[in-house]
Ligand binder design. Structure first.
Ligand SMILES: *Cc1c(COP(=O)(O)O)cnc(C)c1O
Length: 462
């Protein structure tokens, strides 16, 4: 193979190149994401409306679609510097195994105990909560990475944390619990009888394994009923994409070091935060006409919010107590099949990602079944020696498919994908893939229709 310019496997920015500021892509979007609505009034939510739920600095970040840059507070930057900058890695071995002329790079976010990019936003959210003098936080976690990340940040900044963990994960991932306990968090399986929302859901569906939407409802209810407590969410929200912009900013700076620019950028999408963070500065280039990369979002075929969802106002939670956001959604009542192993189980999608997709700036969304995802994960692990999270493996699948397309056409494109984390707590899923018991599940149109029926009816046709 003729590699004109051999670059190192790992490109790591000098430490003083950790970004000083987060980048707010909304400031440069010509069509802004639709405003969050207060469900009580149907009017755009104000900082005052959402301040009972989010702490004030975060409420402001949430609603600000004009300020392009926000300074990263020194205390947050010091914490990020423990595990950042994260490496941009050239996947030479994977390229070789595929026999592709494409160059494949990944930005690796798994180098911390939470095993994912979620720590980037956890650090910021806990810091602002502490600044405001709050004494405790609640949250939900699905696969467990967000709960772990938040436990780590809470331990660092000194604040109490209660995690509502989706029941299937709680049962399948006992070691995740132990990790969170190590960092001092309390953990409750959701749905639970500790909230009225949880009790209602349990009464309606006694055997349910829970869902992210339901865990969110419980965590919000708990936060609103506890003094000096707020709720924090690890994805979907505009503020989370803002904090995750550090991924894209670092990736772009690393590409500048080697004088390259990606042609194709692939990410997996649960609530859209890693993809939103990864693409942010590259999307700015596209909006401003400086570069024209292709953006691809990879999602599970079993929870297909972008590929088969509706672009509509919906609640962010099953209990219908959060503000409403306009997004691609399967309906807040959608609960994904319990046999789906790989995370990314959320019913909706970040309003920023949704708007970009709706406007054709985010070029494509693809749904993939989990056996294809684990096939990609296994090949990647053998080539690159990193055991990827199943979520991340959706992006690997997309990158491999693009590299194989390059092999057919002979084009030497530069592909970048987000390797969001490691899969050490997902070994049950790997095991079921290897022993052939993993099942693919694609919901029928009828099943999706039941979710769509749960969409709120708005009087205005937004
Ligand atoms: C949570 C998570 C995701 C998906 O969340 P996004 O908000 O869509 O980024 C992807 N990969 C890993 C490893 C995760 O923990």
């Amino acid at each position: 193979m003729n590699i004109a310019k051999k670059v190192p496997h790992k490109i790591i920015l000098p430490e003083d190149k950790i970004p000083q500021q987060w980048y707010n892509l909304r400031a440069d979007m010509t069509t802004k994401p639709a405003p969050m609505l207060n469900p009580a009034t149907g009017e755009p939510a104000t900082v005052a409306d959402i301040s009972p739920v989010f702490c004030e600095a975060l409420a402001k970040q949430e609603l600000d679609d004009t300020t392009p840059y926000f300074d990263i507070p020194d205390e947050v930057r010091d914490f990020l510097a423990i595990y950042r900058p994260s490496p941009l890695v050239r996947a030479y071995e994977l390229e070789k195994a595929l026999g592709t002329p494409a160059k494949i790079y990944f930005k690796y976010e798994g180098n911390n105990t939470s095993g994912s990019h979620k720590l980037n936003s956890a650090a910021a959210q806990v810091y602002y909560a502490k600044q405001q003098g709050l004494t405790s936080l609640t949250t939900e976690t699905g696969a467990g990475q967000w709960g772990t990340a938040l436990s780590m940040a809470s331990a660092h900044f000194g604040i109490d944390l209660e995690v509502y963990m989706v029941k299937v994960s709680y049962e399948q991932k006992p070691f995740r619990k132990a990790v969170m306990q190590t960092f001092g968090a309390g953990i409750t399986a959701s749905p639970s009888d500790t909230t009225s929302v949880g009790r209602t859901i349990l009464a309606e569906r006694p055997g349910t394994g829970g869902s992210l939407g339901c865990a969110i409802s419980e965590a919000v209810e708990k936060a609103m009923g506890t003094e000096n407590c707020r709720y924090v969410l690890g994805s979907v929200l505009n503020q989370v994409l803002l904090h995750q912009s550090i991924i894209g900013l670092e990736a772009k700076a690393a590409f500048e070091l080697i004088d390259e620019y990606p042609d194709i950028i692939v990410g997996c999408t649960g609530g859209g935060s890693n993809l939103g963070g990864l693409i942010a500065p590259f999307m700015r280039d596209k909006i401003q006409g400086k570069h024209n990369p292709t953006f691809i979002a990879m999602e599970p075929a079993s929870c297909p919010s972008m590929t088969r969802g509706r672009f509509a106002y919906d609640f962010c939670d099953t209990g219908r107590i959060t503000p409403m956001a306009k997004m691609y959604t399967l309906g807040c009542g959608f609960i994904p099949a319990p046999n789906h192993a790989g995370g990314l189980r959320y019913h909706g999608m970040s309003p920023i990602i949704s708007q970009l997709y709706h406007d054709g700036l985010l070029d494509e969304a693809r749904g993939v079944v989990q056996t294809d995802v684990f096939e990609a994960a296994t090949l990647f692990a053998r080539c690159e020696t990193i055991l990827p999270a199943p979520e991340s493996a959706h992006a690997i699948r997309g990158a491999i498919d693009e590299a194989l397309r390059c092999k057919e056409t002979g084009e030497a494109k530069t592909i970048l994908f987000g390797l969001t984390g490691t899969g050490y707590f997902d070994m049950n899923a790997y095991q079921s893939y290897h022993n052939g018991t993993m099942k693919d599940y694609v919901p029928t149109d009828e099943e999706l229709a039941a979710g769509f029926a749960s969409l709120p009816q708005l009087t205005t046709s937004a």
